[in-house]
Ligand binder design. Sequence first.
Ligand SMILES: [Zn+2]
Length: 371
Amino acid sequence: MCRLRFVMAHRRGDAAAAGEDGAEQLAKASLSRKQLREFPDYEFTGQENKVNIIDLSRNSLSSIPQTIHIYTNVVELDISNNRISEIPEEIVKLTNLRTLNCKNNQLKTDSLPKDFGGFAALETVNFGGNVMLDFPMQLTEITSLKAIHFGGNRIRQVPPEIQKLSSLEYLYLGGNQLTSVPVEIGLLQRLKCLSLCDNRIETVPAELINLRHLKSLSLHNNRITTLPPQIISLGELCELSLRGNPLVVRFVRDLTWKPPTLLELSGRTVKNRGIPYTAEDLPSNLIEYLNSARHCLNPKCSGVYFSSHVEHIKFVDFCGKYRLPLLQYLCSPNCSSGSGYSSSNYTSSSDTESEDEGPVPSNKMKKVLLG
Ligand SMILES: [Zn+2]
């Protein structure tokens, strides 16, 4: 029989059920690295409802028995680093389960039972290092979840239904095959840490700016070429990793300037000189066109553009520590060269609003782009 060891554990958000400091005494069965091939039911005879933490990590288990639900008071189950390829339906009957660690097994998306979303108290799940191709929809039903670890699978998409996880604080999706991020992630109001590194993401939705409590955003090793400028309003953010993205380098290489059409040139003249026009002078399509004029973002230029613009990198102060490269549109190459832009030295300040601040120290840029 396995000897239960008593450990003190902190129960988050439920101090009343535990001691004054939020800690409680839990009975733990440590069965890690025992070369087990099957779930050791015999170890628990007579104390099935006494054990609170079961650690079966680093064994050779290939399955979890359907009788798992007899361990009624388990709050933490660690079956990581085994060879498990299926989770039985009965696991959902562990109504006290708060942490489930299934890291490094052989689980596919359909290895989870249909009713996996029925957990009542589950706060942390770890499915890292498995072989899932899709994000299991059942997870989006577990509204008690605070942390999801899903690194190192082969997930291609995150479903918009993720927005239902309103308690979620930590979402790790690094090392998958994501090409995009659903805008609904911006609805996860409590999110503090979002890790999307080592994927194939090309753009990040501007909705991320709604994540007011976000402290850490990890985007390194993706295919990101631009960041939404609004990202600088994430006031709580103190970690941002961008290394290994074509950001900036590609901006500079790909800067193109398509000369304006005659229509655009005449439109600019009308707008820049304030030539009056009415619906009686011009056909409606031209009126519509003239009304679509956008202001050049160079504060020293009062010009407008229609569809022809120059892509320009503006460096913006971020958290008072870094300067972030953001893409903006200007009306002509003169507008950008006039403000000190130089493709051979893209770390120098190209921002007319802050040209008095001088060049960006290269160590600051390294921190945000490489660090
Ligand atoms: Zn301009």
